[in-house]
Structures are given as C-alpha cells and as structure tokens.
Write a protein that binds this ligand. Structure first.
Ligand code: Q46
Ligand code: ZN
Ligand code: ZN
Length: 305
C-alpha cells in the first residue's frame, strides 16, 4: 500500500477520505484536521488558556499532544478516580499521563485531582455508600468529574475545557438520541457548548477524527496510553452502538461521518430543528459556589454528607 502523497509505505488507509498515508503524512493530516476543526467551530485561539481533560487513554493524550504541537496554551488535567478492580486502572491511567509529559512535553503542566485524597472517598466507595450511587459507579463518577473539571477550569481562568471525544463517540450518542427521539439532547449535541452561568465552555476538537485514527496517531507518535477501558464501561450502551455503527461503516465507508456531519449541517441551516429542553435556571451552591439547578446545596456537595 503506497502513500497517496509521496508514494512511500502507507501505514493507514482513510477509506472515507480515499487517502492512504505514510506515517509522516498521516501525522500532518491529523494535526491539520484538528486545527481546521478548532478554527471552523471557533473553539479557541492561540492566546486562550485551554484545559485538556486527560484520562491516560489514546484520545485525550493524542489531543493534548496535537494542541501542544500546534502551540496552543494547553494544560492537562487528570482526575484520579481511585478505581482499581484488580487491574489498577486509575493508578495506571495516572502513570501514563505522567509518562506522556516526561517523554513528550517535559514543560507541559499537568493538574492532578485525587478524589479520595481531597474528599475522603474513591468513586467505587462513593457508589457503594451513597443513595445516588446505588452501587453503580458511573452514576456518581459523571457528577464528580463534571464538578471537578468545572472547578479547575474556573479557578485557573481557562477559556475552555477540551475533551478527546472523537467522531465514533459522537455518532454513537447521536444514534442513541435519534433512536429514542431525545429532542432536547439532539438540540444540545454540538462540538462546542457555550459557557453559561459559571459552567465552563466545553469543546471537542476531535469530532471529525475517527477512533481508529486517534489510536493510529498515538501509535505512530509513540504515545504510550492505557489500553484497558474503565472496568465499569463494560457492556455500556455506547459500546453497543459503536459496534453496530462499525458494522455499518464496514459495508459503507464514510457512513458514520455522513450521518454526523449532515446532522450538524442540517441543524445549523435550520433544515431540522429541535427545541432545547427547558434549561432550569442555575444559581451558585451555598457551599462550593459552583452552579447548580438543585436546591441551595448542589448534588456534588450533598454526595459527601
Ligand atoms: S463514568 Fe463509569 Fe466512565 Fe467513570 S466509572 Fe468508569 S465508565 S470512568 S467514562
Ligand atoms: Zn507520504
Ligand atoms: Zn456545592
């Protein structure tokens, strides 16, 4: 297989773009694609401090790498969730983040928040000991991650939180929302979520990148990442939809991209419109000061009571 640009040995076939690329041309393509997405959706400028949520997985580390290579003011943030489950999941995740900094960007700043050290309980313990958790770690994990990320972004004066969500993630959510006609969610599914009442702006620079491309980029750049998924992600609905969509993609390359990008275009042109679910007013929590729709004290603060 030959590179479409230089005739050298191609390492990846981008079926949906009808391109085969060697390692160097693939890196160029990947970085350019990310840069174009950032500019197209006006995510942030080179002057803006951006906080990248890094889990230690391929997508987030690849994203941080690309942003730093492009010269953006990108600092990383890792949340240690305290998940072990016999595979030392959180420990390994944190190690990969430190290793990435040491090996690739020694001057980069990594903020680490250890949930158990700061708040007294890890995510699995919280799930076991709280009503909200009901034994399901994801129910409390999402809440904790959103709260911590928002706090770090706000305290550090960051213009946006960037996450490594790729097109496969977005398409799986889109399909799920479409099949259930979750119109409120469809209205809000976007590469950029604007800041509102103390909730930091959120951006997804990889929305045009397939998951296999992010994995290939990490591999070609020699980024060591955690291969294991969080043990609690097993059997999730998102994974089920991803598998379905991959089967579709196999028969018709580009189907995922078409489904997602045409949805965004049609909505932006006003060809389809979904009413946004009534957004409850936000007010600052009496204890932590972060925005909440709940009573006087936010759901995060109530978790630890
Ligand atoms: S929510 Fe659930 Fe994830 Fe938290 S407990 Fe693991 S799977 S990490 S994206
Ligand atoms: Zn080439
Ligand atoms: Zn609070």
């Amino acid at each position: 297989m030959k590179c479409s640009k230089c005739g050298g040995l191609a390492v990846i076939n981008l079926h949906q773009h009808r391109l085969r690329l060697c390692a160097n041309h693939f890196i160029d393509w990947f970085v350019t694609m990310t840069q174009r997405t950032i500019e197209h959706y006006r995510m942030f400028t080179p002057d803006d401090p951006v906080l990248v949520a890094v889990s230690g997985g391929k997508d987030s580390l690849a994203l941080w790498d690309v942003l730093l290579r492009l010269g953006y003011r990108a600092e990383g943030m890792h949340i240690d969730l305290g998940i072990d489950e016999g595979i030392g999941y959180s420990g390994t995740s944190l190690d990969k983040c430190h290793k990435f900094v040491a090996e690739h960007h020694p001057a980069a700043v990594l903020h680490v928040v250890d949930v158990e050290r700061e708040h007294g309980r890890s995510i699995p313990t919280l799930a076991r000991t709280t009503q909200r958790g009901r034994g399901k770690p994801c129910a409390v994990c999402g809440l904790v991650k959103r709260h911590v990320m928002n706090r770090v972004a706000r305290d550090g004066g960051f213009v946006a939180i960037a996450t490594g969500h790729n097109m496969d993630d977005e398409v799986a959510v889109l399909m799920q929302n479409t099949l259930h006609w979750q119109t409120g969610y469809l209205a809000r599914q976007a590469p950029v979520l604007e800041e509102r009442d103390g909730l930091a702006r959120k951006v997804k620079p990889f929305v045009r990148i397939y998951e296999r491309e992010a994995a290939a980029y990490a591999l070609v750049r020699g980024i060591d990442y955690i291969y294991d998924e969080c043990p609690f992600a097993k059997g999730s609905t998102t994974n089920f939809y991803k598998e379905l969509l991959n089967r579709l993609e196999l028969n018709s390359p580009g189907a995922k991209q078409q489904f997602y990008l045409q949805f965004l275009q049609a909505r932006n042109r006003g060809q389809v419109s979904f009413a946004e679910a009534e957004q409850a007013a936000l007010h600052p929590c009496l204890r932590c000061g972060q925005p909440t729709t709940a009573g006087e004290v936010c759901a995060f603060c109530r978790l630890w009571e």
